[in-house]
Design a protein around this ligand. Structure first.
Ligand code: HEC
Length: 315
């Protein structure tokens, strides 16, 4: 446990390096065993995403940066193993992953342009300064297509935090240890939405369920995925789900992890009324669709953390 504590305190830079190492190994193992990627990340699980993508948008994306990634090897990691999965074989899903990283009003500033030359993958693939302008021109082409058909440019920032969420759940402890991502065991956190602040009558008796595992034996990086809501008497619309973590010994809401932990900020979903299964399974309620297929990586802050969920809007 000494080691776990030390690792929790590593800097952000080391965190990235660790992730690279980790995902690279996953990738190597997967290439060797030829496993089907979709079994690992649940990325293809039926998501109830409401964002309808037009054919023109999809073509704009697939003929530009998506094609670049396929030709230049970004696909080796970002197809399924590494988030964001902007190279997912399902182009529509890939689009959903890529979209938040591009502001169509300023496409050249997208992180996609810097990530072709920042060596983030420890491989010449991501370390080619010449590709910056190539990527910028592709981003511009894509943005032009989106702007022509009136796609919104706003809300396109990569994740975003919300210091004072209008709606917050009660706080739950995060179990330690959590099952590892390499096992089939999935722990769940179930937030009683009757305890939402402020209360919403439509959500009385409803449950927000999150699937959770640990990315590693150090238990210092939570994999949080497949949010589901059930027990709601009426259909609800929600947008922006935010994850706040802090040590149990602390106080306040906690903080969001801006590296890969705030990716549900752009989620917009309609959750139809669904009965709470009885009896509830120990693990996730897989009979119901998840609200988003985006997988979060949230850094642990201590060996005994608590978690609270905030929503930007619920109607
Ligand atoms: C060997 C695996 C690997 C390859 C190949 C790879 N990446 Fe990545 N990529 C990662 C990992 C791991 C992360 C998450 C850590 C990070 O953000 O640096 C990531 C993150 C990203 C992100 C998200 C950054 C953020 O803010 O979360 C973008 C964008 C990206 N990569 C673009 C690319 C592009 C463009 C290419 C091809 C030129 C590429 N990647 C190739 C491993 C890879």
């Amino acid at each position: 446990m000494m080691m776990a504590t030390t690792m929790v305190m590593t800097s952000m830079k080391q965190k990235l390096d660790w992730r690279l190492w980790f995902f690279f190994n996953l990738w190597v193992v997967a290439s060797l065993c030829g496993c089907d990627a979709s079994h690992v990340t649940d990325s293809a699980s039926s998501a109830e995403e409401t964002t309808a993508v037009s054919v023109a948008s999809l073509e704009g994306f697939s003929s530009t940066i998506y094609a670049f990634g396929q030709q230049n090897g970004c696909v080796t990691c970002h197809a399924s193993r590494v988030n964001p999965q902007w190279q997912n074989p399902n182009v529509e899903l890939a689009y959903q992953f890529a979209r938040p990283f591009v502001d169509f009003a300023n496409p050249v500033a997208s992180i996609f342009a810097s990530y072709v030359s920042n060596n983030h993958c420890n491989n010449p693939i991501c370390n080619n300064p010449n590709n910056e302008s190539v990527m910028q021109s592709l981003l511009t082409q894509w943005a032009l297509i989106e702007v022509q058909q009136g796609s919104s440019t706003s809300g396109a920032v990569a994740g975003s935090t919300l210091a004072n969420p209008p709606y917050v759940t009660a706080t739950l402890p995060i179990p330690n240890p959590l099952p590892l991502i390499t096992t089939k065991d999935i722990a769940v956190l179930r937030f009683n939405l009757s305890e939402l602040t402020p209360a919403l009558s439509n959500l009385s008796g409803a449950v927000l369920e999150l699937s959770i595992q640990s990315f590693n034996t150090g238990q210092n990086e939570y994999k949080i995925f497949n949010p589901r809501i059930y027990g709601n008497l009426r259909s609800i619309n929600l947008s922006g789900i935010h994850i706040y973590v802090r040590p149990a010994s602390g106080s306040g809401l906690g903080t969001e992890d801006v590296i890969q932990g705030d990716r549900w900020a752009d989620v917009q979903a309609t959750v139809r009324s669904a009965a709470t299964p009885s009896p509830l399974p120990d693990g996730p309620v897989t009979s119901l669709p998840s609200i988003t297929s985006i997988v979060l990586g949230v850094e642990a802050q201590s060996e005994a953390d608590v978690i609270t969920i905030g929503f930007a809007q619920i109607r």
